[in-house]
Design a protein around this ligand. Structure first.
Ligand code: ADP
Length: 531
């Protein structure tokens, strides 16, 4: 029979592996698309946040911009006026109005009259003005000369007096960068600018203050960074940068929205990946296991088919050979020309071949009946010793022909059995023992009680070829015959021992083998007494 299961096996493997592969590819593409979509959503959100931050910062910087007028240093002398007399007098209201006079101008000494009036008032009527107001006034009116003296004298902190200290740094930066704008120094960001008549700047503290206020406005997922970079870095260099917006304050300034932690973004995707790949792994595992079992079943099926074909071939051969020799001998006998001894021998041979045929046909029929569940076991109390002795006697001529001696040790055993089946099992065991033993060897048959009278045991021990360990389980499988067809020298069909096993099991017992290659084998039939 031609076995064509190999292509179907490959087809089956492909039918399982290909969809799995497709599933894996789709899952990977799905995860990628998901990551991309999540990244895009995040980038949109980040752009929005950056824009909010940029607008907020612009408004904040407008309020935080500090400006100081530029004065020649030292200041240019002014024209003398009546106001100079006020400065020398003690007229408090006149001093107050001079202090508040926007166009009071400089004294001939080059010092602003308003500042001088404020300082004078500080001595004459300190209650007439706030120290911080004086400080602001002096700082604004005469930032170069009087401010240091006045601030030292007042010991007061005003908004401008604080910025006055920063003015030095702003000036220094402007010397280095005359064009001004956003300047980063020592990790601190300054905004500085100078025109003919004033200095303007935002100090790093004020910048930080503005950024600090921003924090509460922005999605906590992001941190905001003001950058002077003109070209946004690529995501590989700044993997956390997700959004930017121009900051319309100074030139080339951008607000960047950076993700605070990569985990916040990747955590969800990783969990998703973990789930998807776990499910895939389970699917792959289940499919692989399924494939393995299906393949194994198919291979077994294939093997069984092969064995069945061999069985059919063996049975045909086993039937043809004795039938042919019986016919030849019967024809010769019919012609009646044979010598009496030869005729006798032919009768004996016909009887032997007939017995062989009957055993074979019995085995095949029984095998078929057992397979189809049609075999009816007729169990009756039986004198086993007598049954075994009879069977041995039947097999004796076959053994004798090969020069093999059969010796029995039979203890009396009464048991409930299907005597025909037990006889068939013993015939098969003896047939094998004779078949696989060399001429001149012996076969021992023993019957005894085992396991405190619970089982009876029939042993058939030969001194034949023996059976390798790895074959010992398989020989009981139906159609199994070790070695390949060409190497087999002995006749057989491969169903003898499987029948013995079926018979033993039908009686609630078992058949065992003890064997060593080259030293012989012992087959043991162990069956409960009342099966
Ligand atoms: P068959 O004898 O028709 O091949 P069996 O089922 O009776 O089929 O036996 C299966 C195989 O077990 C035999 O082919 C043989 O290889 C092995 N075997 C059985 N009995 C013996 C034995 N007594 N000694 C050695 N090998 C044996």
């Amino acid at each position: 029979m031609a076995i064509r299961s190999a292509p179907s096996l490959n087809l089956l493997t492909a039918a399982i592996v290909l969809p799995l592969l497709l599933l894996v590819i789709l899952a990977v593409a799905g995860i990628r698309a998901q990551t991309k979509a999540a990244r895009e959503t995040l980038a949109e959100e980040a752009d929005r946040e950056a824009k909010v931050a940029a607008n907020f910062l612009k408004a904040e910087y407008e309020t935080k911009l500090v400006s100081f007028p530029r004065f020649p240093d030292p200041p240019a002398p002014g024209e003398s006026s009546a106001d100079d007399a006020v400065l020398d007098g003690q007229d408090v209201p006149a001093l107050i109005s001079l202090r508040d006079k926007k166009d009071a101008g400089n004294s001939p000494a080059g010092l602003p009259r308003r500042a001088l009036a404020a300082l004078r008032l500080l001595d004459l009527a300190p209650e007439a003005q706030q120290a911080s107001e004086v400080a602001d006034l002096v700082t604004m009116e005469c930032p170069s000369v009087l401010t240091e003296i006045a601030l030292g004298k007042l010991g007061s902190e005003s908004r401008l007096s604080k910025e006055w200290r920063n003015l030095g740094n702003a000036r220094r930066l402007l010397e280095k960068h005359p064009a001004g704008g956003w300047i980063e120094e020592d990790g601190q960001g300054w905004w500085v600018k100078s025109t003919d008549d004033k200095f303007e700047f935002i100090s790093p503290e004020r910048n930080r203050e503005a950024l600090g206020k921003l924090e509460s406005l922005i999605n906590p997922l992001f941190s905001i960074h003001v950058s002077t970079r003109t070209i946004p870095p690529r995501s590989a260099e700044a993997p956390l940068l997700f959004g930017t917006a121009p900051l319309e304050w100074g030139q080339g300034l951008r607000v960047e929205a950076l993700l605070k932690s990569r985990e916040a973004f990747l955590g969800g995707i990783r969990r998703q990946e973990l789930w998807t790949f776990s499910l895939l792994a389970i699917a792959v595992g289940i499919s692989a296991a399924g494939l393995f079992f299906i393949r194994r079943t198919l291979l077994r099926e294939r093997k069984l088919n092969e064995m069945k074909s061999q069985f059919v071939a063996s049975v045909s051969h086993e039937l043809r050979a004795p039938v042919a020799s019986i016919r030849l001998m019967a024809d010769a006998l019919e012609e009646d020309k044979l010598a009496p001894e030869t005729a006798k021998e032919f009768h004996r041979l016909i009887a032997r071949e007939g017995a062989r045929l009957s055993t074979l046909v019995g085995n095949v029929l029984d095998h078929a009946r057992i397979e189809q569940g049609r075999r009816i076991w007729k169990k009756e109390p039986c004198d086993l010793a007598a049954l075994v002795a009879d069977t041995v006697r039947v097999m004796e001529p076959l053994a004798k022909e090969k020069g093999i001696t059969l010796s029995s040790t039979l203890l009396p055993v009464e048991a409930t059995v299907d005597s025909g089946a037990i006889q068939q099992a013993l015939v098969n065991l003896l047939d094998n023992a004779i078949k696989f033993s060399p001429a001149g060897s012996g076969i021992g048959i023993s019957l005894s009680i085992h396991d405190e009278s619970r089982n009876w045991e029939l042993r058939v021990r030969d001194e034949g070829v023996g059976i390798p360990k790895n074959e010992q389980v398989r020989i009981f499988e139906r159609f199994y015959r070790p070695g390949d067809e060409l190497r087999r020298e002995t006749q057989g069909t491969g169903i003898g021992l499987s029948l013995v096993k079926a018979i033993a099991e039908a009686h609630g017992g078992a058949v065992l083998v003890e064997s060593e290659p080259g030293k012989g084998s012992t087959f043991i039939l162990r069956i409960p007494i009342s099966s």
